[in-house]
Design a protein around this ligand. Structure first.
Ligand code: SAH
Length: 285
């Protein structure tokens, strides 16, 4: 597949009797320039342990194994997994898993480099990055999601994924990528993004229970981003049945950090982390 093009991909899929599965986000990359760009922007060192999610027909895998001494690659589709196993049988630095990456116990890695299945982007970001020691990343994702990760200060894009992601990660660069470099052509616009872990992840997010609470808190208040903060938190606590707190209880709980007045969308990511900590303390009093 060295000079991969659209025809060749179609041919391989036909031979394997694979109908690209939309639910599994099967859009295969066939433009070698994009593959090169992904490699270039990743700045892989030989010692980097690399993770690839959804290897497909191996367009990216094929290059990744040239640049890293160790690559973990996940592919949920058994036919594709078999194809990859055969194709890369000589590459001892590649460890392939025929598993759902969301359920997998992924070995430690330094960088995740993938054209991911777009339909599960949020879940993949959570699994890979919302941890105490996240890896670097170069990912092809849906452009509208990339916008939310990168535009932290814009009302329109400020959302659950903006807050969760930016609490752990620092977005670096974003490049638009044409959807016509994939087969089948996706129905969405795409972006290549590079990201790295923050070196100042809040202490609060370093314990499993607190991190879990933070993610639940963000998911719970962000649907109310137009509401006043105390109202949004009150709704969150009610919806999650976390206890019966009056608005003044909540106000007092967060008063120490002087944050109670604005609408949610006006807060900074780190302020929301601090708020989640105050509410965590309030309900664990
Ligand atoms: N990286 C390849 C394929 C991208 S398509 C390329 O760029 O050409 C996305 C791939 O992810 C598909 O092969 C699909 O089967 C796989 N996939 C979808 N859901 C997955 C999951 N939960 N775990 C692992 N792989 C998954």
């Amino acid at each position: 597949m060295n000079s991969m093009n659209k025809k060749e991909i179609q041919l391989i899929l036909k031979e394997l009797r694979i109908e690209p599965n939309n639910k599994l986000g099967q859009n295969f990359l066939f433009d070698r320039n994009i593959v090169s760009k992904i490699i270039l922007k990743s700045q892989i060192s030989e010692d980097d342990v690399v993770l690839e999610i959804g290897s497909g027909l191996g367009a990216l895998t094929e290059e990744l194994i040239k640049f890293s001494n160790k690559l973990y690659a996940y592919e949920i589709d058994f036919k594709l997994f078999q194809y990859l196993t055969k194709k890369f049988s000589k590459n001892k630095n590649l460890i392939l898993f025929n598993e759902d990456v969301l359920k997998a116990d992924i070995p430690t890695h330094d960088i995740v480099i993938s054209n991911i299945p777009y339909s599960i982007t949020g879940a993949i970001l959570e699994k890979v990055f919302y941890n105490e020691n996240p890896p670097r990343g170069t990912l092809l994702i849906e452009d509208s999601i990339a916008e939310r990760l990168f535009n932290k200060n814009e009302y329109k894009t400020f959302s659950r994924i903006t807050v969760s992601f930016n609490a752990f990660m620092q977005p670096l660069k974003k490049y638009k990528i044409s959807r016509f470099t994939f087969f089948p052509t996706p129905k969405i616009d795409l972006a290549l993004i590079t990201v790295k872990p923050r070196d100042d992840i809040s202490q609060f997010l370093l314990s499993d229970a607190k991190r879990k609470f933070f993610l639940k808190f963000v998911a719970g208040i962000m649907p109310y981003k137009n509401k006043n903060l105390v109202n949004a938190i009150s709704l969150f606590l009610k919806n999650e049945v976390l206890g019966d707190y009056s608005k003044s209880d909540i106000y007092n709980g967060i008063n120490n950090i002087n944050l109670a007045e604005k609408k949610i969308a006006k807060y900074k990511v780190d302020e929301i982390v601090a708020l989640s900590e105050s509410i965590f303390d309030l309900i664990h009093k």
